[in-house]
Design a protein around this ligand. Structure first.
Ligand code: MV4
Length: 445
């Protein structure tokens, strides 16, 4: 054992998820919390809790010095970053290691390499994966962009090298839009990330976002845990995820998984990670990005594989090997996750912080609700609006949908508006029910 106590550098439902996994492994836990989170469940569920500063993230959950101090004071020899905040900050991972603290995640160089979307794409193309046709490396000038578009054709999409997850993207449908778009994309990238590099790809119409969960250990073993369909998004925020994808059959899954394994093996990846693919309407798929963290939607994978991804991630960081083989991974049934946000779908999904006055947890067979809320809990305005993830499993996709509809009827959250009514509409939508979805679904519904 390299560590016996884990500090959880996060808040909300993911902090609870990590604390539970650590306790099942007989590890002690330390929560960190901001002044506004002193009553929060993560601070209570952990064995110890340390206040790390005022509510703004940069003074608390993003403050590396304070988090490292909390680990040193409590003797925590490992830090789990969760998702968001410091999860994909290579400097943070390096600082942990230089302080003798195990960062529960990949090596810093892998975070850094995959954070540069141009480098990530180049690395994966060299490993034999197909990237979306486009520029090799960054575009230097409008002239270069025009020349490339003459050969690949419009529409095209400009993406920031330091972006990802939809930040700093621009679509161009003709030369005029390309000229303006290139300059704007460069300026936006410079302002947002301090890095003006932009690359260009053929724009794929009505694609699906399909990603493969992988786990890699310290001895080069990598396993793939099936795919997740994450096409139901609004402004690059996923709303609904499921596993398996309604369009992926056994044969296509073998190909997706073998591409993901090739990607992870080629860089010697360790920890939990996700290879994101964009799939066109002919089911051609292309490498898009690699996420080097535990993701919000990991529970759908857990429900169909029976594998606790967070526990595996912690065990790997503790030097253990993955105790099962690829042949042992069996996908059973179907799981769907609805993200419940403190947002008003009637008012353009504006965040609505406030106090929860009443809460009824949906329950029953095949229902899991990962949440940090309780009756009386105050949702602060300073953080992400995710307040819970409703995950339903069934033997078939239809059973999972029926269960989700039932759970969405049963759940009660009073005091604030939530995205629950919107999820009821999605689950009733004939196109969703038939699996006929793409990243355009929400706009078209
Ligand atoms: C694309 C694309 C179409 N063609 N790239 C959005 C998030 C970022 N990871 C990349 N994204 C896209 N890249 C090409 N060449 C469409 C999107 C996209 C998208 C992707 C996944 C899920 C939702 C999306 C919504 C709009 C655009």
């Amino acid at each position: 054992m390299r560590f016996e106590k884990v500090l959880v550098a996060n808040r909300g439902e993911i902090a609870l998820r990590i604390i539970r996994a650590a306790h099942e492994l007989s590890l002690k836990t330390v929560a960190v919390f901001s002044e506004i989170d002193s009553e929060s469940l993560h601070a209570r569920l952990a064995d110890e809790a340390v206040c790390i500063g005022p509510p703004p993230s940069r003074d608390s959950y993003l403050n590396i010095t304070r988090i490292i101090s909390a680990a040193e004071i409590t003797g925590a020899k490992a830090i789990h970053p969760g998702y968001g905040f410091l999860a994909e900050n290579p400097e943070f991972a390096e600082i942990c290691e230089s302080c003798g603290i195990t960062f529960i995640g990949p090596r810093p160089d892998h975070i850094r390499a995959m954070g540069d979307k141009i480098k990530a794409k180049e690395t994966m193309e060299n490993a034999g994966l197909h990237g979306i046709p486009g520029s090799h490396g960054n575009i230097e000038s409008v002239k270069d962009a025009r020349k490339l578009c003459k050969s690949i054709g419009f529409p095209v999409i400009l993406k920031a090298a330091a972006g990802g997850g939809g930040k700093g993207m621009r679509i161009a449908r003709d030369e005029e839009e390309l000229d303006a778009g290139f300059r704007i994309a460069q300026a936006e990238a410079k302002a947002a990330f301090g890095d003006n590099r932009v690359y260009l790809e053929k724009f794929i119409q009505k694609p699906r976002h399909i990603e493969v969960q992988i786990l890699g250990d310290n001895h080069g073993k990598v396993v793939a845990l099936g795919e997740r369909e994450c096409s139901i998004q609004r402004r690059h925020q996923k709303l609904v995820e499921e596993s398996p994808s309604p369009v992926v059959d056994d044969q296509l899954r073998k190909k997706l998984q073998s591409s993901a394994l090739k990607a992870a093996k080629s860089i010697g990846y360790r920890s939990a990670g996700t290879i994101e693919f964009l799939m066109d309407q002919e089911k051609n798929y292309y490498f898009m990005e690699m996420n080097t963290r535990i993701q919000v939607e990991h529970p759908v994978t857990e429900m169909v594989t029976g594998i606790d991804v967070v526990k595996e991630q912690i065990k790997i960081a503790n030097g253990e090997d993955i105790a099962f083989n690829q042949q042992d991974v069996e996908l059973r049934g179907h799981a769907i996750e609805c993200r419940i946000n403190a947002e008003d779908p009637e008012r353009n999904f504006v965040p609505v912080p406030g106090r929860i006055t009443f809460f009824h947890m949906p329950q029953g067979i095949g229902v899991r609700f990962d949440t940090h809320i309780y009756a009386g809990h105050m949702i602060p305005s300073q953080y992400d609006s995710l307040i819970g993830k409703l995950i339903c499993h069934g033997n078939s996709r239809n059973e999972a949908i029926a269960r989700m509809k039932r759970a969405l009827e049963e759940i009660v959250i009073e005091g604030i508006r939530t995205t629950i009514p919107f999820h009821r509409k999605i689950m009733d939508h004939p196109k969703y029910v038939s699996g006929d979805i793409s990243t355009n679904f929400i706009d078209e519904m």
